[in-house]
Write a protein that binds this ligand. Structure first.
Ligand SMILES: [Zn+2]
Length: 466
């Protein structure tokens, strides 16, 4: 079965055919490490993790590269505004490097908590300045640049395919652009490859270059680092949809200008997380971090489960109420799986996982542009099935979880109850033996108030937390 994905380049669902048999090389735009990532950012990394896991289920060896932007990224995607790193440092009284290290560490802790598999390679912009300079030199040699007002610009008029990814109508944008005009630019969409004249005060990180002492434009780092680790052509490039019109458009222009070859085959983009106040963003003040959610008592995997409920190309509406529903559903799922484990010893039925219809459906949904909401319902249908043995079900669940990443194999019934509750359960058992059902029922109701549910089975009483 072949994996089919929506390619932003061309706007159609296409079968993934790798450049090299059995291998996929993918690049993911990583964080700018000047503040906590919000859960809308993390939704994109979850989508990318699911894609990687589905590719691995399909038998590919995946090389997954993610960058860390730790220099010179501007406040928005246009070449305007204040340097995010400097702004963060100033606000928090730390050096730019300290800020970057602190937030990069937290970012990777978030990924781990969400059970996102580590990138094969993580690369920092500040450690690849020479690679960027070398790439800019090639772009310059090929005639795509001009020097103006102290900075080296990419000239988009030399690259006729500039608008191909974002389907930009350049004539329209040129006239009515919202981007403030930089007088040094020939075209509003030209962008800086190398700055020697900083717009920012107190620029601390500067490097020597053929164009003078300065620092790279943001976009060049992704082209330079992806090509260094994946080659001049590779399979998949991912990111949030907000990166399409400027960052990814510029990445394509400068990469293909340097090599003269088509750069990336498949562009895959994740949609926004929305809140009742609109797109989650710091400036809108509707901003949650994973840490905030954990402080409110949620587990990181509750958020992972929540994200699986929406298709990655649809906007997902976030509220604490909807996260509550996801948490309850996940708890319920884990409880059912834990009960299956208890039964497993009693029925060691055999069967081939690949032959189980639920698993076949699950794979077909995963390979259909990562249809995770359907995959989750395939899992639920399997769990509720009454015809398969518990042991076979558990094997299939294990396979499905290599994609879902919900740590389902670790699901267990919470045995952490205090002695008082244990004593109540024993008292109720005794009352039942004495056929004092009134007392037994009243103890059962008391325990329910405490969040403990009792189930009478032929093997005796079982309990679980609500
Ligand atoms: Zn990037």
């Amino acid at each position: 079965m072949a994996l089919r994905m929506f390619n932003t380049l061309g706007r159609e669902i296409k079968e993934i055919v790798p450049l090299e048999k059995g291998r996929i090389k993918m690049y993911v735009c990583g964080p700018t490490v000047y503040r906590y990532a919000h859960i809308g950012n993390l939704r994109t990394y979850l989508m990318e993790d699911i894609l990687r896991r589905v590719l691995e289920m399909d038998g590919y060896e995946v090389t997954y590269v993610m960058n860390i932007t730790d220099v010179g990224h501007l406040s928005d995607d246009a070449d305007e505004g204040e340097d995010k790193m400097l702004k963060g440092a100033r606000e928090q009284g730390l050096s730019v490097r300290e800020i970057a290290e602190f937030y990069a560490k937290i970012f990777f802790e978030d990924l781990e908590a969400l059970n996102i598999i580590k990138p094969t390679i993580t690369c920092k912009a500040t450690e690849h300045i020479q690679d960027m300079i070398d790439l800019i030199k090639r772009i310059e040699e090929n005639g795509y640049t001009y020097f103006s007002g102290g900075n080296l610009y990419f000239d988009i008029s030399k690259f006729p395919d500039y608008g191909k990814l974002a389907l930009l109508d350049l004539s329209e944008l040129k006239a009515g652009s919202r981007i403030a005009i930089d007088e040094n630019k020939k075209n509003p969409h030209d962008f800086v490859l190398w700055f020697t004249r900083s717009k920012f005060e107190h620029q601390t990180m500067l490097w020597d270059s053929p164009w003078g002492k300065g620092y790279p434009g943001w976009h060049i780092e992704c082209s330079a680092m992806s090509m260094k680790y994946l080659g001049e052509q590779f399979d998949i490039h991912c990111g949030g949809i907000d990166l399409i019109p400027v960052h990814h458009t510029n990445e394509i222009a400068q990469s293909e200008a340097a090599t003269g070859k088509k750069w990336v085959k498949y562009w895959i983009h994740g949609e926004f997380l929305n809140t009742p106040k609109g797109k989650m963003s710091k400036s809108e003040g509707n901003f949650h971090t994973l840490k905030d959610l954990m402080e409110k008592g949620y587990e990181p995997l509750d958020y992972r489960y929540f994200c699986l409920l929406g298709h990655y190309r649809s906007q997902l509406q976030f509220s604490l109420e909807s996260l509550d529903s996801a948490r309850n559903a996940r708890k319920n799922l884990c409880l059912r799986i834990a009960l299956l484990k208890q039964e497993e010893g009693n029925n060691s039925g055999t069967g081939d996982v690949e032959e189980v219809d639920y698993y076949r459906l699950f794979k077909s949904h995963a390979y259909d542009d990562l249809n995770m909401p359907q995959c989750l319902s395939d899992l639920w249908n399997l769990v509720k099935d009454t015809t398969l043995s518990s042991s076979l079900k558990l094997k299939v669940i294990g396979k499905m979880d290599t994609v879902l990443g919900l740590n389902l194999e670790k699901a267990e019934i919470d045995t952490d109850i205090d002695d008082e509750i244990k004593a109540s359960i024993e008292r109720r058992e005794q009352a039942r033996k004495n056929r004092d059902f009134t007392l037994a029922d009243s103890i059962r109701d008391e325990l329910k108030q405490l969040g403990i549910i009792l189930e009478d089975t032929p093997d005796g009483v079982r309990w679980r937390k609500i």
